[in-house]
Design a protein around this ligand. Structure first.
Ligand code: IMP
Length: 214
């Protein structure tokens, strides 16, 4: 496993919600993060069929374009009753014809799909959020870290915090959705603290332990 010596890295994302969360997670460790969006990098096509493949495509593109280590996140919601959908296509379910994203529409699409499957009880609506972080160096070396959090899809959406599908995801053992949690509650991660809740914080914890020795 390669350690990260630089204190500047590129967050290989154009998604404002994700960039904010990754900055929240790496900030306390003394990192400065530039984002691919700030640097006007072109967003690469996510042509992979796994979170790992897409995370690697994004991180390598930013590392090569910047000459700096780059950290990407490929994530999504995998719903058991929908055979793991929307999965790697979670962002696509929110896409409108003009390519803008509408998460209210995406959450409704998920709910319609669950209704069509007759999945109305909490037990039949189990799901997990998955986050795969990829740290890539300009020479092509990559390290991958996967975090998952189990929960269920609820309807109607609740809460206005976070981003994306947060208002319909209730993690196991909690009676609030990610949309009703503060960022601290959602991630449940602090440097040196053993616990982590969100998929991203869990993947981040592995990244920090492996590449930073945190
Ligand atoms: P990606 O940018 O291709 O990785 O797409 C990830 C998709 O999953 C986006 O549409 C996000 O809104 C959704 N997603 C990932 N992580 C979260 C989260 O923590 N909360 C809510 N939605 C998420």
């Amino acid at each position: 496993m390669r350690k990260l010596d630089d204190k500047t890295l590129v967050v290989a994302s154009h998604n404002a919600g994700k960039i904010r969360e990754i900055r929240d997670l790496i900030g306390p460790l003394g990192f400065e993060a530039k984002s691919a969006a700030d640097l006007n990098f072109v967003e690469p096509e996510e042509t992979g069929t796994t979170f790992e493949e897409n995370a690697t495509i994004k991180a390598l593109a930013s590392a090569r374009a910047s000459g700096l280590p780059a950290l990407s996140d490929d994530s999504g919601l995998a719903i058991d009753a929908l055979d793991g959908a929307p999965g790697v296509y979670t962002a696509n379910w929110a896409e409108r014809e003009d390519r803008s994203r509408d998460f209210a529409m995406a959450m409704e699409k998920v709910e319609r799909a669950l209704n069509e499957k007759g999945a109305m009880t909490p037990e039949s609506r189990t799901a997990r959020f998955v986050s795969v972080l990829c740290l890539a160096w300009p020479d092509g070396h990559v390290e991958l870290f996967r975090g998952e959090v189990e929960g269920q899809v609820v309807w109607p959406p609740r809460g206005t915090s976070g981003f994306g599908y947060d208002p319909v995801f209730q993690p196991k053992g909690y009676d609030t959705t990610f949309g009703e949690m503060t960022a601290e509650e959602k991630h449940g991660w602090k440097p040196g603290d053993a616990s982590a809740l969100s998929h991203r914080a869990r993947a981040f914890k592995l990244f920090a332990e492996t590449c930073l020795g945190a």
